[in-house]
Design a protein around this ligand. Sequence first.
Ligand SMILES: Nc1nc2c(ncn2[C@@H]2O[C@H](COP(=O)(O)OP(=O)(O)O)[C@@H](O)[C@H]2O)c(=O)[nH]1
Ligand SMILES: [Mg+2]
Length: 285
Amino acid sequence: MKVFEEIQAVVDKKDKKEIKKILLIGRTGGGKSTIANVLVKKDDKFVVSSSSGSSTKSTQVEKFEEDEIKYQVIDTVGLCDTAMTKEKAMSELAETCRLIKGGLYRILLVTGDRFTEEENKMYYTMKETIFDHKFSHFTTIIRTKFPGFLDQEECKKEEENLEKTNPDFFKIIKECKDIIFVDNPPLIGLPKSIEANRDVRECSRKKIIESFIPSDEKYYPPNLRQLSEKFVAHFEEKEKLEKELKETKELSNQDRKKMKERIKELEKEIEVEKARGIRIICTVM
Ligand SMILES: Nc1nc2c(ncn2[C@@H]2O[C@H](COP(=O)(O)OP(=O)(O)O)[C@@H](O)[C@H]2O)c(=O)[nH]1
Ligand SMILES: [Mg+2]
């Protein structure tokens, strides 16, 4: 049994080590959830926003495998979403912190047909608050809704065009080293066009995966790490104490009092961390 457990531990460790986490960020409507579906080869695992206005309500994850490499896609909400309350955004940020534990392989900054002034501001704010100077090194810009994406000349022309028409965006592209043009048309309409769009999506998928550089380097943004470690530590200690209080009958009154005091302290500290997180969010949102 022990040997089995040891083997299992090694397998688990290997498994964990090999999962490459991909974080999707960007303005609502840019095409993050669609890319997530395309990457994991599923039609509607990730909730895509519709014309009725519904969109991803909380952070979602899914694994996929390609060339024997395991990946996990993390589709975020809240990191750039102006349409949610600060409280909700905070709990999403905490969830993102938890998910990226162990580090990120790649960040995909997803943008649609127009990179706006708001997105430009967002990039620098995120770099300063949630991430740090390494942000651009781990980020690839994905420009969606570009039907000419298979034609290299078209992509080059569009990049040159951006240099003239949107120099702020061009500066970010140069900082991140790369921009990948794709198109992931919706799977709607006649069966024939659905099939054709599936093929187009498969080509986008290939393009994105081909852009992944083989590397074991991982990025765990220090601000998120700090936030998540404190959060998790405080929460776990509080839960443990509450459980002990409830389940251990033979505690002295003095011990009970001490434990209750510590729980109060932890609650305060959790609030402090929450406030810190909300401050981060306020500067991003
Ligand atoms: N034609 C086209 N539509 C896209 C593309 N990517 C996303 N969409 C559409 O744009 C809308 C928003 O996409 P969604 O993935 O929900 O964006 P998110 O808010 O960033 O997650 C949906 O109606 C998608 O079908 C694309 O590359 N091409
Ligand atoms: Mg979405």
